[in-house]
Design a protein around this ligand. Structure first.
Ligand SMILES: [Zn+2]
Length: 182
């Protein structure tokens, strides 16, 4: 995703500097890491409580990372406090955001038992974490129409409008502004 968003000189610099991460030039790594982080806002997530939905959540996060440029969902490192906690439970899927890019997602088994797609559920709830409201009722082409599109709808991809809204939600950060000018 990152390379796809970069063009020209900066992409070349990143490619050239990449091997340094694995090489003996340890002193260079922090600067390189800082530059890489500057490409996006990063929202970390923790799937240690996601039980059988871990893979669906990872797929949902990957879909968002393919879909938008100004924010990246990334698994939290071991011992790191995640921005978004993912929890499996027996209720209806829901999100409890505390701020933009922060909160708790519950992947509820109730909707899964009714036949709703776990990846669509995960991507939908992550959409809430990225600042999107529900759009119910709505068509299957809309991720945020959620369960209102019916169990036959397995589309896990945000619509163009939903992608654009997330881009706007995160483009205010300095890193996003930098990326936007490139
Ligand atoms: Zn929802």
């Amino acid at each position: 995703m990152r390379v796809r968003t970069l063009t020209g000189g900066l992409a070349a610099v990143l490619v050239l500097s990449g091997p340094l991460l694995n090489g003996p030039a340890v002193a260079v790594a922090p600067a390189d890491a800082a530059r890489r982080q500057a490409a996006d806002d990063v929202v970390t997530y923790d799937t240690s409580g996601a039980a059988e939905f871990k893979a669906a959540v990872e797929r949902g996060a990957a879909i968002w990372n393919e879909s938008v440029e100004t924010v990246e969902l990334r698994p939290a490192a071991a011992g790191q406090r995640a921005d978004v906690r993912i929890v499996a439970d027996n209720g209806w899927p829901r999100s409890v955001p505390t701020s933009m890019g922060n909160g708790t997602v519950y992947i509820g088994r109730q909707a899964v038992d009714q036949g709703h797609s776990t990846i669509r559920i995960a991507a939908h709830e992550l959409g809430h974490m990225l600042g999107l409201p529900d759009r119910k009722p709505g068509p299957c082409s809309s991720l945020m129409s959620g369960a209102s599109a019916g169990t036959s709808c397995t589309n896990p991809y945000p619509s163009a409008a939903e992608k654009a809204q997330v881009e706007r939600n995160f483009e205010g950060a300095p890193s996003g502004a930098l990326l936007g000018r490139m």
